[in-house]
Structure formats: C-alpha cells, structure tokens
Design a protein around this ligand. Sequence first.
Ligand SMILES: C=CC1=C(C)c2cc3[nH]c(cc4nc(cc5[nH]c(cc1n2)c(C)c5CCC(=O)O)C(CCC(=O)O)=C4C)c(C)c3C=C
Ligand SMILES: [Fe+2]
Ligand SMILES: [Fe+2]
Length: 343
Amino acid sequence: MKGVLLVNLGSPDSPEPKDVKPYLDEFLMDKYVIDVPFLLRALLVRGIILRKRPEDSAEAYKKIWWDEGSPLIVLSERMHKKVVQKTELPVALAMRYGKPSIETGLQQLADQGVTEVLLFPLYPQYAMASTLTILVLAEEIRKKKFPQMTFTDVPAFYNKPDYIKVLANSIKGSLEGFDYDHLLFSYHGIPERHIRKTDVTKSHCKINDTCCTTPSAAHKFCYRHQCYETTRLVVEQLGIPEDKYSLTFQSRLAGDKWLEPYTDIEINNMPAKGIKNLAVVTPAFVADCLETLEEIAMRANEDFKEHGGENFHAIPCLNDNNEWVDVVANWINEWANAEKPVV
Ligand SMILES: C=CC1=C(C)c2cc3[nH]c(cc4nc(cc5[nH]c(cc1n2)c(C)c5CCC(=O)O)C(CCC(=O)O)=C4C)c(C)c3C=C
Ligand SMILES: [Fe+2]
Ligand SMILES: [Fe+2]
C-alpha cells in the first residue's frame, strides 16, 4: 500500500532556552548543515554557538510564537490536514528536527499498512542542509526500523509550472493595494561551500555571474541556480520589469562565506537608492517561520524604516493556501495512480 510523508524543518518544543538549546543542538550537529568533521563541529556548536545562541533565539521565537505553538508547525499541520482531505492515501507529517520526528511519521504510515512511501521534502529548492539531510535520515531509519518499506522522493519543485503559478498568484494577491517600488526575493542563505559540494560535475559551480544561468547537469542540485530559476519564472509570469525586483540570501551565520548578496545589507541600502515602498517574498519556505516572521517581517521591516524606507510589506508563504494544497494533493494523486515519478 502507498502512503506519503511530508517533511519540513521543525521547531523547538517551546520558545524557552531549555527547549531551544536541544533543538539547535540537533539541527547544528547535523553534518549536512555544519559540514565539518565531527570534533570541529562539536567544538563550534557545543563549545561556542550553544553558549549564547539559545537565549537569543528563544527571545526571537517568543516574538512570533502562537498560542497553538510554533507557526512553522501549526501552519504545516493546517496544510497537512487539508491535503489529507484531498487524497485517498495515508499522509503523515514529520519534521527533520524536533517533533513529530521522521521515525514517528514512518511508524504512523507503517501502522496503516503502508509499504511504498512518497517522501516529500517541503522545500522548493534543493540543498544538502534541507532536502538531502531529510532523504539520508529517512533512509537510515528505513534500513533500521522499516526494512519492508520502499521510498520514492519528490524532487525539488523550484521550476514546476503548477508551483510557480500558485506562488505567482499568491504574490499578486498579497500585493493588491500595496504600490511597491521594489519586490525582493529573499531566500535562506547557505555557505558557498555547500554549492561546491553538491556540484555533481565538480567543476561547474564557480558562484559567479554566469554559472547559474549557463546550462549544466550541476543545476539539478544547485541551490543558487534553483533560487534564480524560481525568481525568473515568477517575475516572467507576473510581468515584473527587471529594475523592479532583485534576489538576496538571508539568515547567514558568522564564520563561512555565505551566498551573496545579503538580504539585510541590500535592504538597508535600498532607501538611499529611492526605494521607499518595499515588498519581500521568501520562496525558500513554504510555511512561515522564524526566518520570515521575525527576521523579515519584524527586523528587516524596522531596519528598512530606520534607513529611510516608508512602507514594508512581507508577503506570506504559501502555508495552507488552497491552491497550493491542490498542487500538493495533485502530485500525490498522480504518484498514487502511476508508476513513474510525480514531478
Ligand atoms: C549552518 C547553518 C544553517 C544552514 C546551512 C541552514 C540552511 C537552511 N535552513 C532552512 C530553513 C530554516 N532554517 C530555520 C532556522 C534556522 N536556520 C539555522 C541555520 C542554518 N540553516 C539556524 C541556527 C536556525 C534557528 C534559528 C536561529 O537560531 O536563528 C528555519 C525556521 C525554523 C522555525 O522554527 O521557525 C527554517 C524554516 C533551509 C531551507 C536551509 C537551506 C536551504
Ligand atoms: Fe536555516
Ligand atoms: Fe550554479
């Protein structure tokens, strides 16, 4: 019997340092997130980052936390519930870090007699710190606990026409009544090293002006190319002129060189360039979370205005948008009814 596991990133159990610390430990000790040898990673994470960051992150989480819990979890649950209503298959929801775990999700499916699982990472663009780590962990768990199961993966859907259409429609709807000077596409950043590591050609990704727009087999796993493509396809669909939008990367951690340009720096420079009314969309996330609600809708908003900006509009993620739910349910139903991969 077939079934589906939707997987997103996850959140701490509460916005208190005692819960944020173990969550960050699980997250940052993942070798696909901080990809250095174990001892160095442990020194960095446990010896340096986790000394101060849990308190700071907890403060940020407190600002966005809802009565029902973490927005990321609550929104993913709402989306999951709607998807369940639109498909005949058992569909479970899991998180890569924290709860509900991937093991719990697979157990729920196994309890319903599922042996063929569609693994659905809820990330439009592929990255080793997001998509790959889900697939690797799920496979480890499968081998140990559910050897009778088989997996099919939903690949990154950054350029799929039905996804682009829903994203473009959602941006258009959200921008109604907001006369923007500029639309910023802000994607979660990753260290440049991650791009080189996932370059299957081992020579294409130079992270320069041309590599991500020059055809290459590397693009199947190039996060930067996929962010450019999502942006290109959406602006094409919405007819947004070239001088009215740009693309940046947010949420960098100190240390490595991360993908540029950086969202915070670009936003702070915008008012001096005449951009007074700014809209920001965050297409690396399908559900609103700390990175969209606190970093963008609160912090970037304040910074923009402190630097002379006037109006700031954070466009919500797709969340439980009905059109998006339909797309997800369609992909699932296509897989349910066919032997070939869905998307
Ligand atoms: C080395 C560090 C990090 C990499 C690489 C990274 C990649 C990455 N992350 C997401 C999605 C999310 N990240 C979120 C929070 C978050 N991310 C990092 C670090 C890296 N992410 C940290 C330390 C945190 C925790 C918060 C903080 O202390 O700042 C979230 C929000 C979670 C929530 O509970 O709301 C999401 C979602 C992607 C898609 C990605 C690679 C492309
Ligand atoms: Fe992150
Ligand atoms: Fe590239």
